[in-house]
Design a protein around this ligand. Structure first.
Ligand code: HT9
Ligand code: FE2
Length: 393
């Protein structure tokens, strides 16, 4: 163990942003968010997620109601079970002998359960895939902090090494399902709205989780300037541009497509600035510009979990209806074959120490770091906690 890169050994301790030495991993750690699986789980789950966060009580009641509406069951755990099975099938098909262990940050099975299993099976080197594509406290560092906490809880610090694949927002495996989805969505709009002008009457709304503006500002390494919304927003804008250009190419469209990046699922007190505009406010502005149809793209999400089912399929879809707009919601990557293949490629990239030039990245921002930079994805509200797979502090 080194104090430069907490919990890491070998190549990771060099402090380089990319590890291009092979590492003999024993297993993959699939790290999920976790979600309730029955009415009795809802409140304890929400307590786990929001401990010490200053989320207003009304917001918690509101979110509890979303889960209650679906019988207290979030689809997220089943989606991760399916992803685990798909990864195992892909690994087997490619003859790669790497077991997949699954553990969540906020619900059973927890990360600590996966680490106990790893230890029982004699695994000491794990490569983690967090089910989260972009850079921010919630989508990167919080997973890394929770790895450190889980090692501590299980007294496995110094026995088990946990590295983490890079944020994969611009990996073709993650982006391809969105390109497919937007292309199919446009075709559906043209089919169902004969004569509609895709250049002037359709708006593509790329939606992601809102986060506090202070988190967004810290979402990338301080020395790189990313503009408004930090690396988090910059990564989303860059991926959205790639999706738009790819769809135009695939459909041989000459005209520009209208799009914007919007936010959803805000949860802090109104006094705290979070990233805007909210998707529902953005939708309300569209009819005045002559827009007749929207494509809602859940660009920030890897599966159709509660934020997608409730905040998009329920709320945003209703906003579209109220504003007289035809709407299509694009699927998330889920278990799309490109996504599953891409995740396995990301693991092999680390196992084999692939050269940076040979790592696929569809935007100029990537390929993102294997070892997070100091202060990257910090949370100024909650203060410093040690985190694995990154340079300290
Ligand atoms: C960036 C981001 C992602 C995307 C990255 C990723 O995918 O990880 C994400 C995913 C998710 N968020 C989820 C659920 C919740 N998030 C909450 C609260 C918060 N999320 C935040 C950010 C994010 N969240 C933030 C800044 C907060 C405020 C509290 C804090 O400062 O930490 C709360 C508390 C209640 C509320 O306020 O909404 C809940 C219940 C679920 C599970 C859904 C299911 O069960 O299907 C998933 C996948
Ligand atoms: Fe969240």
């Amino acid at each position: 163990m080194t104090d430069l890169v907490l919990g890491a050994t070998d190549a990771a301790a060099s402090g380089e942003p990319h590890i291009t030495e092979p590492v003999a991993y024993d297993a993959i750690l699939l790290a999920g968010f976790g979600g309730p699986e029955g009415q009795d789980d809802v409140i304890p789950f929400l307590r786990n997620v929001t401990r010490g966060r200053g989320i207003p009580e009304e917001r918690l009641e509101e979110v509890a109601h979303h889960y209650r509406h679906f019988g207290g069951v979030s689809p997220i755990n089943d989606q991760n079970r399916q992803l685990k099975a798909a990864l195992e099938a892909e690994l087997a098909a490619r003859g790669i002998d790497l077991p997949v262990l699954w553990g969540n940050r906020n619900w059973d099975p927890y990360l600590r359960d996966a680490l106990v299993e790893a230890n029982d099976r004699g695994f000491t080197k794990l490569i983690a895939i967090a089910t989260s594509a972009y850079s921010s406290y919630s989508s990167c560092r919080q997973y890394r902090e929770d790895f450190a906490i889980a090692l501590d809880e299980t007294s496995l610090f110094g026995h088990i090494q946990i590295d983490k694949v890079r944020q994969f927002f611009d990996h073709p495996g993650f982006v391809t399902p969105f390109i497919d989805g937007v292309r199919d969505g446009l075709e559906q709009i043209q089919r169902d709205n004969p004569g509609i002008d895709v250049a002037t009457e359709v708006e593509i709304l790329f939606s992601t989780h809102s986060i506090p503006s202070t988190d967004a500002a810290k979402s990338g390494p301080a020395e790189r300037g990313f503009g408004e919304g930090g690396a988090y927003a910059a990564q989303h804008r860059a991926v959205a541009e790639v999706v738009i250009e790819s769809v135009k190419r695939e459909l041989s469209l000459e005209a520009e497509l209208a799009w914007q990046l919007v936010y959803q699922s805000r949860s802090g007190p109104p006094s705290m600035p979070w990233l805007e505009p909210d998707i529902n406010d953005a939708i309300a502005e569209l009819p005045a510009r002559g827009i007749r149809a929207v494509i809602i793209v859940p660009l920030g999400f890897v599966s159709d979990h509660m934020e997608v089912l409730w905040d998009l399929d329920n709320e945003a879809t209703e906003s579209a209806q109220e504003n007289g707009l035809y709407s299509v919601r694009v699927p998330t990557p889920g278990t799309h074959s490109a996504y599953v293949t891409g995740l396995v490629d990301l693991v092999l990239e680390r196992r084999d120490g692939v050269a940076v030039a040979d790592r696929p990245a569809m935007t100029d921002l990537g390929p993102w770091y294997d070892v997070c930079r100091p202060g990257c994805c910090e949370n100024v509200r909650l203060g410093f906690k040690p985190a694995l797979a990154g340079l300290q502090p």
